[in-house]
Design a protein. Structure first.
Length: 294
């Protein structure tokens, strides 16, 4: 039985090297029906399955080149994390790590967060800095983003650039820059007939009055779209922050002092874009808390 998964992984690695073949097979596969996409895991990345039948380029964008880590920033953040952990230990009685049985948090701490937790508890600032430099390719962010989810079957990573391009189009649709696509009413993924990547990004940045580009930290996977580095979560976080800003201004006013606490702040992506949209000078942020003042 071990031969089957081993063969599947070998085929996945081969397809990862030849995306043109992968998407040719995918288009043929779609003739069977969209439901079978669940088997290929494409629906976990691409919210409109029809884009795999008619996406806007013959091949998806390639991933942006990896950058050398910013050692100084990683070391500074590592030192802050270790310092915060020490302060918590001084204030609170240290509890044992919860068991795997019956504890979701215990499972995370002993599996996905095990390496990160060990480095923090050992106060290994150098090791923690190195871990943080590639944290977006690790199991520590699984659940917030894709981390290491597809490493066993790497051909699935090629769905990510398609999903990122789709996320940009979806954001542009939501603010009226592009028409809302409907597979029953016209060609799918045809936005390039009227726009370039650069023009679309320019219009989005004009609408939001800010530069739209994800931070190049933690070795996140992303593409260069119109000269901007974007990840799969970038546009959805901007859309959420935009709606939150509108709701805040509508309900309490733009000049009212406001504290926002995000419970389960993840790695701080939404808070980052709230910071950008509400104004740098008026907000102090952390991964789980945003503050807006007058």
């Amino acid at each position: 039985m071990k031969a089957l998964p081993s063969s599947a992984q070998a085929l996945s690695r081969l397809l990862h090297k030849y995306p043109r073949v992968l998407f040719g097979l995918q288009r043929w596969w779609l003739r069977v029906g969209y439901e079978i996409l669940d088997f290929t895991v494409a629906t976990r990345v691409i919210r409109r399955p029809e884009w795999l039948r008619g996406y806007s380029k013959r091949l998806p964008s390639e991933f942006a080149p990896r950058l050398a880590p910013d050692k100084a920033s990683d070391e500074m953040i590592a030192a802050r994390i270790i310092s915060s952990h020490r302060q918590i230990k001084l204030r609170e009685q240290r509890a044992d790590v919860p068991s795997l049985q019956g504890s979701m948090w215990g499972t995370f701490l002993q599996e996905e967060y095990a390496a990160l937790r060990r480095l923090v508890e050992q106060a290994d600032s150098g090791g923690l800095a190195r871990y943080l430099s590639t944290i977006f390719r690790s199991e520590a962010v699984n659940g917030y983003t894709f981390g290491s989810k597809f490493d066993t079957f790497p051909h699935r990573w090629w769905y990510l650039p398609v999903g990122i391009e789709l996320s940009v189009v979806t954001l542009a649709e939501s603010v009226g820059i592009l028409r809302a696509e409907c597979p029953e009413q016209g060609q799918i993924a045809c936005w390039r007939n009227e726009h370039t990547e650069e023009r679309l990004i320019e219009q989005l940045e004009s609408f939001f009055s800010m530069r739209i580009e994800a931070p190049r930290t933690g070795d996140a996977r992303g593409i260069l779209f119109g000269g901007r580095f974007l990840t799969l979560e970038t546009c959805s976080q901007i859309h959420t922050a935009h709606r939150m800003r509108d709701a805040i201004n509508r309900e309490v006013g733009a000049s009212v002092e406001l504290n926002i606490v995000e419970i389960g702040g993840g790695y701080g992506g939404l808070c980052y874009w709230m910071h950008r949209l509400l104004g740098r000078e008026s907000i102090a942020t952390s991964s789980s808390t945003c503050r807006r003042s007058t």
